[in-house]
Design a protein around this ligand. Structure first.
Ligand code: SF4
Length: 79
């Protein structure tokens, strides 16, 4: 999967190949879990610019890839 988004700061277009990034990683979430997480993030009022979690500052498409990660919303984790 490749996501193409511009940098929020400078506008420079950048492509990220998440499959290549996570190649060989043992801690990767399953495809089903990843999609479930992203669906929740896309409906979350704390998502900024359609990509960034306002609590962690992480790009949710990246954070959701890691099996051991969780939603960082204080007191009411979504996933
Ligand atoms: S990680 Fe949690 S708080 Fe952040 S955008 Fe996703 S659902 Fe919302």
């Amino acid at each position: 999967m490749t996501e193409k988004r511009g940098c929020k700061s400078c506008g420079f277009p950048e492509s990220i190949d998440f499959d290549q990034l996570m190649e060989g990683a043992e801690q990767t979430a399953s495809d089903e879990l990843y999609e479930q997480r992203l669906d929740l993030c896309m409906a979350c009022p704390s998502l900024l610019y359609g990509s960034t979690c306002s609590f962690s500052g992480d790009i949710v498409h990246y954070r959701a890839l890691f099996k051991e990660k969780s939603c960082p919303r204080p007191g009411s984790s979504v996933w």
